[in-house]
Design a protein around this ligand. Structure first.
Ligand code: TRP
Length: 447
């Protein structure tokens, strides 16, 4: 493998892949989507999607990546040279630009809120005050664009240093810190007065909430949270050593990611309900409610900044994995220089991100799009974060199961994992269960 591509060390891969998976998807997107979709039922369908559909796809992506040692476009081309399958890779590269663009907007908010928190901005704040403060924050167009720029700059900086120098080094330090802070917040939130109402909302499935849209969003959330469907895990897999046990890595990554998402719900919902607030406030839910929580709790002046720092860190280990997809594509296929490529891709994502940054109150037209009646960011999130990832995962499952064939994938898996006892189950899932369910759900046939 060339200097430009680099490699992960053994622990490094799990940390980096878990760092990719754990991010705003767990702490911002998951709670707000659960809140919008009525609570427990969404959580249940999300968990089923993770186990039945997403985990098999995760293993397929990592295996395909390691076998080919390539970016998504190169990986499809390597196995089926000259075929149209590389279009799935291109779709992943484009999704990378798109997801990075709006993801970095929210990531920028976490930096802004970290600064607010550390400068005492939450002291004595009420729920009305927090909402007003969030509205003023997202309406400030130059601040929105500035924070987006800051976050993309940070991402480009890490990526330009390469896989082991950049991605791995940061994940190694940041992941354990993140877990520690989450545990503190969990204890704090669950011991609040009235916390149990939030727990009930979060855990009790309400069958009346069932709709095709809920199921699509729950499945989309499973892919989004595990960084699947656009080739992130193909790309990260391409840096993994042949000694690595892929099934056990995939299981750990999925467990860790899902654990943190579930934990985030236990932090957010008790906090929302103990304040008598409503859970379905959309993408600002976390930013509207947590400041009040921090203002009212002992040592909130410490927990507040810690929480937003944690979020910004988790977001960074995710944005670097999103940016790495287009960067690896250009390096492999177009033989470009890593640093210049990272700057180029970052710049484009920044420009695409501007309408998203201005869509939360700064510009009326973008905040409430004609026809759609949602904001530009929410539209991007639905198209790229739910639909495109689901389609991508569908094609990856078909490709690995039927074109490359799961028996060939097994040979790759066997390197580093002598006995893959659940091979039969995985093979059936990747060939039939995952693709069929994804299609049925996308077309709204499965309720
Ligand atoms: N999974 C990350 C999160 O939960 C976001 C992410 C990183 C992602 N890479 C991705 C989402 C690739 C979709 C596709 O925050």
């Amino acid at each position: 493998m060339s200097e430009q591509r680099g490699n992960f060390s053994r622990v490094g891969f799990i940390l980096a892949a878990a760092g990719s998976a754990v991010g705003l998807g767990n702490l911002w997107r998951f709670p707000y989507t659960v809140g919008n979709n009525g609570g427990g039922l969404f959580v249940l369908i999300y968990l089923l999607s993770v186990i039945i559909i997403a985990v098999p796809v995760l293993l397929a992506e990592i295996t395909l990546g390691r076998h080919t040692g390539k970016n998504p476009v190169g990986a499809f081309n390597y196995i089926k040279p000259g075929s149209q399958w590389k279009l799935v890779g291109y779709m992943g590269v484009i999704s990378g630009f798109m997801i990075l663009s709006y993801y970095s907007v929210i990531a920028g908010w976490t930096v802004g809120y970290f600064v607010k928190a550390i400068t005492g901005g939450f002291n004595g704040i009420t729920s009305a005050g927090a909402t007003a403060s969030f509205t003023a924050f997202t309406s400030n167009w130059w601040l929105m664009i500035g924070l987006l720029a800051v976050f993309i700059f940070l991402t480009v900086y890490v990526i330009s240093r390469g896989v082991s120098g950049g991605i791995e080094k940061y994940s190694r330090i940041l992941m354990p810190v993140l877990l520690g802070i989450l545990f503190l917040l969990l204890i704090r939130s669950l011991t609040l007065k009235g916390a149990s109402k939030g727990v009930v909302f979060y855990l009790k499935p309400d069958i009346k909430a069932l709709s095709p849209s809920l199921v699509i969003q729950a499945m989309g959330q499973a892919f989004f949270s595990l960084s699947l469907g656009m080739g992130t895990m193909i790309t990260y897999g391409s840096y993994v050593s042949k000694k690595e046990n892929l099934p056990s890595s995939a299981a750990w990554i999925a467990f860790f990611d899902t654990f943190i998402a579930i934990m985030a719900g236990f932090i957010i919902f008790p906090a929302i309900f103990s304040q008598g607030m409503s859970p379905d406030q959309g993408s600002g839910v976390m930013f509207n409610t947590l400041p009040v929580l921090f203002a009212k709790m002992p040592a909130g002046a410490i927990f507040g900044p810690l929480f937003f720092l944690l979020l910004a860190i988790a977001a960074l280990t995710s944005t670097i994995s999103i940016l790495e997809v287009p960067v690896a594509y250009f390096i492999d296929e177009k033989k470009t220089h890593r640093k210049k490529t990272a700057i180029f891709v970052g710049l484009i994502a920044f420009l695409i991100g501007i309408p998203s940054a201005l869509s939360q109150g700064a510009v009326g037209f973008l905040t409430d799009l004609p026809l759609f009646h949602i904001g530009f960011l929410d539209l991007m999130n639905h198209i790229w974060g739910n639909l495109s990832l689901s389609l991508g995962a569908f094609f990856i499952a078909i490709f690995v199961g039927h074109i490359w064939k799961s028996s060939n994938a097994l040979n790759e898996i066997k390197s580093g994992c002598e006995k893959f006892t659940v091979y039969g189950v995985w093979s059936f899932a990747i060939k039939y269960i995952a693709p069929v369910l994804i299609l049925l759900i996308l077309f709204g046939i499965v309720l």
